[in-house]
Design a binder for this molecule. Structure first.
Ligand SMILES: [Zn+2]
Ligand SMILES: [Zn+2]
Length: 907
């Protein structure tokens, strides 16, 4: 396609992102650039996309994830590594089911009304639509993932992996079914893992209830936030050390209203400072109480139905909803004078992460993974350095979590997800656990078997994602070549939900770590650092941002200056400045292409030219940039790498080199030939080389605009037939240390300083931009070099006549003049009538004071023994040089001052 449409057409004046984005994405797709070739001689780069839920529209979090991963994928691809970025989506069990249930509710229906089969079909349809949407959005962002390998957790492959992993764990005794305390959502009517529960601080009450002593007078008062649960109490516990209750241990109390006798027991876990120090024990509805009950062999009394209404064990309260029951219980206790007092009390209460209903801790028969052995191996993998977590500070959090890990409840009473591969026999009551659907009980051969109706926690399939997507449990070519992955990139908020479990299951299933690096990114906040929320109205919609600023600008704004694991701010300002950068790049390229066309001069190889100082300078700076960017990319500091490319392109290349090149390319009126006074050396080869490499450096960050500009440039280059067909497969630039030119840099630093400070003076004194002013430059070692740059200084600083002389030629300035004391030169601007001598004297004195302060600082440092013994030699040497430089500058400044006062005495 590029060959057909890309002629040497002038590139459009203004950059219109929408026009080029779709064109290039289609081109990349058609060429198959996103699909890696398996090459046993090369080490692949592999990254598996964190599963976006099929529920949501694209938000900035996805955009950030996709951008960071695309940066890595494109960079590694350009380095010649077979790069696999594997996309996929998650069925997101409960989240999806809740969404579809809500849609049904709008039509006045429940999932039970339409039945499991129809509900599942409906959810599939909805999920398909949603997945197409997610794919389109990723393509919009430029994600270079391999769509030919796209996976969905409910696909046949990953589903088989789920069943196989379950059976393996079951056979090893690492999966069991048992009655345990779980979090129950009464609305979703399913078990939830601890991680699916959101804790909120609630201002509630502490109720003091009297339990009358059995066979004796008096009461034992207990304090509780949930008075209705007394119906399920099976003991009162006190601390054995508590003097107040010592003689009551072993006795009993009678529960009010239902008149049930329960024992008073002693347990070390009772906190004597809470309430009265006597604790009611409701083992079926409280995790701590459940543990106490296990220790003392207390019975469990479940008082609630799955929908959190009271069941038959609640006696007279049966059928009441839990909060209505609480009101009734409180009224009844009050009537019997058994409610001693009520205190305000704030505490943390768990809520369903999906529907925000208050969860009910309850004992329930569920499937669990015994996580401790898995966690041990997963901890080892990070401890011994096989897996690195970036940023490092999350390593400790990971260890803490692994150390305190609890068994993982994996069964969910949902319809949407992987059915648990367990069949119960109606005849012998034993279970058959199998990856393939069995026809008979493996124990007695009966065909009266029924599959467990529950599904697995959605994170169970996510935990297998690194290997199930590559074909595990089959021994596939993909699995052999692409596993383990290189990087797992995701938000720090799902380190435990997902990353930790992938490490556990990857190790368990394959015996190998699932990836080498965990890269965690932060959250995106608004411009002022506030969390984005619809309520605050500060949400940036990525689709809107794309249509307004273009994908490249959005990607750049999202990632420039960001650091791993830290939150970052995004707002209009950042998006606008990113778009301005794209425009700057566009305009610079336009200028270079027009110059190429105008000169009818095909860019020659740089080596053929004796380069000028500024040519060697830009090349040196470019190579230093390449070196630095490569190091930063290797350290996963993408945000810093982008910042450096930005600074180079914007300032050094566009503001200085291109401006200088314009002077050189300007046709001389008399000779009508470019570059008069520059020895005929054209800057074009350096313009082209710097631009071409800058585009390649930028490509991973801004894929679309760089491809568009690179293709336009390529069409004008003599070597175009030898160049790759797309920038996406062009090699990432490699630094050439031989290009480093410290002496050219020294000269250009001085040129830039002279121009910049002259421009500042002109601005301060409001000199019209069109007005030429006279200037003399006095310098030492740089004399001959600066003379070669006279044309440049003259034009850029708008100074004429310009004289550049050695310092020894300096005479006392008689007329009113302004003197700039610079690092390696003094600039004398004889601005008659413009300068206020007194103000000038003050200015120089002030500057002198500042330099003195800096000298004192450096001097003290160089006398400090601790610094001298601890700092590396090059650092000390650098400080010494700095000091000498400053002392020299101060001396010259003093000379100027004394001249100024003597000339003022003259006049
Ligand atoms: Zn819920
Ligand atoms: Zn059987």
């Amino acid at each position: 396609m590029a060959e057909e449409t890309q002629t040497k057409d002038e590139i459009p004046k203004a950059y219109e992102p929408g026009k080029i984005e779709e064109k290039w994405y289609d081109f990349w797709l058609k060429q198959g650039y996103f699909t890696p070739k398996i090459d046993p001689r090369k080490k692949p780069f592999v990254i598996v996309m964190p599963l976006p839920n099929v529920t949501g529209d694209l938000h900035l979090g996805h955009a950030l994830t996709a951008t960071l991963e695309d940066i890595m994928a494109r960079w590694h691809r350009m380095r010649g590594e077979p790069t696999l970025w594997l996309p996929g989506t998650d069925h997101a069990g409960i989240a999806t089911q809740v969404v579809v249930e809500r849609q049904l509710a709008k039509q006045g229906q429940t999932k039970e009304d339409i039945g499991r089969e129809k509900f599942t079909k409906l959810t599939w349809e909805w999920g398909d639509k949603s997945r197409r949407n997610i794919r389109r959005q990723h393509q919009l962002l430029g994600a270079s993932c391999d769509w030919t390998r796209e996976k969905f957790t409910l696909d046949e492959g990953p589903s088989k992996a789920v069943r196989t992993a379950f059976v393996r764990l079951y056979n090893k005794g690492l999966i069991y079914r048992g009655e345990r305390m779980i979090n129950w959502c009464p609305r979703c009517q399913t078990a939830l893992s601890d991680l699916e529960v959101e804790h909120k601080d609630i201002v509630g009450h502490l109720y003091y209830i009297r339990y009358s002593r059995t066979k004796s007078k008096g009461f034992v008062t207990v304090a509780t936030t949930r008075p209705e649960t007394f119906l399920g109490d099976t003991a009162v516990a006190v601390n054995p050390q508590d003097e107040r209750y010592k003689n009551l241990i072993g006795r009993s109390v009678t529960l009010p209203i239902i008149n049930k006798e329960i024992p008073i027991i002693a347990d070390e876990a009772v906190d004597t400072s809470f309430g009265t120090g006597a604790l009611k024990i409701t083992p079926a509805h409280d995790p701590t109480d459940f543990e106490v009950a296990q220790r003392h062999d207390l019975p469990l009394v479940n008082i609630m139905n799955p929908d959190a209404t009271m069941n038959e064990n609640a006696g007279p309260y049966q059928g009441l909803e839990r909060f209505a029951c609480r009101d009734k219980v409180l009224a009844d206790l009050k009537g019997k004078k058994l409610l001693e007092k009520i205190e305000p009390y704030s505490h943390s209460v768990g809520h369903c992460g999906r529907c925000q209903t208050m969860i009910e801790p309850k004992v329930s028969l569920q499937w669990f993974v015994r996580t401790q052995p898995l966690a041990k191996a997963a901890t080892e993998a990070v401890k011994d350095g096989r897996i690195t977590i970036i940023p490092e500070r999350f390593t400790k959090i990971y260890f803490d979590w692994m150390e305190n890990i609890k068994d993982w409840c994996i069964s969910r009473q949902l319809w949407w997800g992987h059915r648990i591969p367990v069949w119960y026999c109606q005849d012998c009551a034993k279970v058959t656990v199998s990856a393939d659907e069995p026809t008979a009980c493996t124990h007695c051969g009966s065909n009266q078997i029924i599959q467990d109706p529950d599904v697995l926690d959605t994170w169970f399939s996510s935990a297998l994602w690194t290997h199930s997507t590559l074909g595990w449990p089959e021994d596939t070519a993909d699995l052999r070549y692409f596993y383990p992955g290189s990087v797992m990139e995701t938000g720090y908020d799902i380190l435990f939900f997902w990353v930790a479990r992938m490490i556990m299951m990857g190790l368990e299933d394959t015996g190998e770590i699932p990836f080498h690096i965990v890269y965690l990114h932060g959250l995106i906040r608004d411009e002022s650092g506030e969390k984005m929320s619809k309520l605050r109205g500060n949400v940036t919609d990525p689709t809107e941002a794309i249509s307004k600023y273009g994908v490249d600008a959005l990607r750049f704004a999202l990632t420039t200056g960001s650091t791993p694991g830290n939150d970052m701010n995004l707002g209009k300002g950042k998006l606008e400045s990113s778009r301005n950068f794209v425009n700057k790049l566009w305009n610079a390229t336009r200028f270079i292409l027009q110059s190429l066309d105008a000169e009818k001069l095909e860019a020659q190889a740089i080596e053929l030219q004796p380069p000028r100082i500024e040519d060697r300078w830009i090349d040196s700076q470019l190579n230093r940039l390449i070196k630095s960017v490569t190091e930063l990319m290797e350290e996963f500091r993408f945000g810093e790498a982008e910042q450096q490319i930005y600074d180079f392109v914007w300032s050094k290349f566009c503001d200085w080199y291109i401006e200088i090149a314009k002077i050189r390319l300007r046709p001389h009126p008399a000779l009508s030939m470019a570059g008069e006074g520059f020895g005929g050396v054209s800057p074009l080869p350096f313009l082209v080389n710097t631009l071409e490499k800058s585009l390649r450096l930028l490509h991973p960050f801004m894929p679309f605009v760089t491809e568009e500009l690179w293709q336009s440039l390529k069409q004008r280059l003599p070597g175009k037939d030898q160049m790759p067909a797309s920038i996406i497969i062009a090699p990432y630039p490699v630094a050439d240390d031989k290009a480093f030119a410290p002496e050219a840099e020294r000269v250009m630093d001085s040129v830039i300083e002279i121009v910049r400070s002259t421009r500042n003076v002109r601005a301060q004194h409001k000199v019209k931009p069109s007005k030429w002013i006279e200037a003399q430059v006095y310098t030492g070692e740089l004399l001959s070099s600066l003379i070669t740059q006279a044309n440049i200084i003259e034009t850029l600083a708008k100074v004429r006549p310009l004289t550049i002389l050695g310092r020894q030629k300096r005479k006392t300035v008689k007329e009113k003049a302004l003197v700039l004391v610079l690092k390696e030169a003094e600039v004398v601007l004889p601005l008659a009538g413009m300068v206020d001598r007194l103000a000038e004297e003050q200015r120089l004195t002030k500057e002198g004071g500042e330099i003195k302060a800096r000298i004192a600082q450096l001097d003290a440092r160089l006398r400090d023994n601790a610094f001298l013994t601890n700092a590396p030699a090059p650092v000390i040497e650098k400080q010494k040089q700095k000091l000498a430089m400053l002392e020299d500058k101060l001396k010259r400044l003093h000379q100027e001052l004394s001249q100024l006062s003597s000339s003022s005495a003259d006049s």
